[in-house]
Design a protein. Structure first.
Length: 259
């Protein structure tokens, strides 16, 4: 198995789960080296009232520092953090650092999941390099400081992003509109349990590229205007108005569930 090149091993490892890939690193030195430079990283941190995962965070920090220092490319980065409120001052700065390294090393697919819907994810910082293909956020806060506003300098064009998934994310109507405007080529959009949108009736409009749309428990949605939509999954109290949607063929799907 040592005759395989590192790039071939990376390709094989990419089809396996993170845990399965780790086991294969024991096969030989070649596979270990491939594992140590694997472009896909996945970290899960769990905190409890008995501790804030100092040991686990040190391990993640060491791995990310090695990737930063040796400039190992990062293709996919998944970070899942379960923390208590009292641990936020310790964990959030480290999350900033790890995400920053992933961005610096050219991450294409990013997933950031936080148990507390309060982590201030710097979304425009990640959209600015225009290399992100997929962004999955859970429990993050995208609401800008009240002293700030979404200006043309903050809202850039990110034509690389194809998938955007927002679950239990803090954002308002202005931020949602800004995201859709600055990422005009999104074709897969998921928005679930974003309750702060209930303060204002909002629209998903002007999205000619969106083909797959999933919405769940986002009260206040008034209108969907997506001319090329081919798949819609909606679960909520009030069915929104569909405008300018493509005529659905028998092979395409619209699923609407109303409570």
């Amino acid at each position: 198995m040592d005759v395989l090149s590192e790039c071939v091993i990376h390709k094989k490892l990419s089809y396996l789960s993170f845990q399965e890939s780790a086991k294969l690193s024991l096969v030989s030195k070649t596979w270990l080296q491939a594992w140590l430079t694997h472009p896909n990283l996945e970290f899960t941190l769990l905190s409890s009232k008995h501790g804030n995962n100092i040991h686990d965070r040190k391990i993640v920090d060491q791995v990310m520092e090695r990737y930063r220092q040796t400039k190992i490319p990062i293709e996919k980065f998944q970070l899942s953090v379960t923390i208590l409120s009292l641990h936020r001052p310790f964990v959030f700065p480290q999350m900033d650092k790890w995400l920053g390294i992933a961005l610096q090393n050219g991450v294409k697919d990013l997933s950031c999941e936080v148990s507390l819907p309060s982590y201030p994810f710097p979304i425009f910082t990640f959209l600015a390099p225009k290399s992100l293909r997929e962004l999955v956020l859970l429990g993050c806060n995208l609401i800008l400081d009240h002293s700030l506003s979404i200006t043309t300098t903050q809202v850039i064009s990110c034509h690389s992003l194809r998938k955007l998934s927002l679950t239990e994310v803090g954002l308002d109507d202005n931020m949602l509109r800004a995201l859709l405007n600055c990422c005009p080529l999104i074709d897969d959009f998921i928005i679930e349990h974003c309750r702060l949108l209930t303060k204002k009736r909002f629209k998903i409009c002007g999205s000619p590229s969106v083909k797959f749309l999933a919405i769940e428990n986002c009260k206040g949605l008034q209108e969907i205007d997506a001319p090329n939509l081919v798949s819609l999954e909606y679960n909520g109290d009030q069915i929104p108005e569909l405008k300018s949607c493509k005529k659905v063929s028998p092979t395409e799907e619209i699923t609407i569930m109303s409570r």
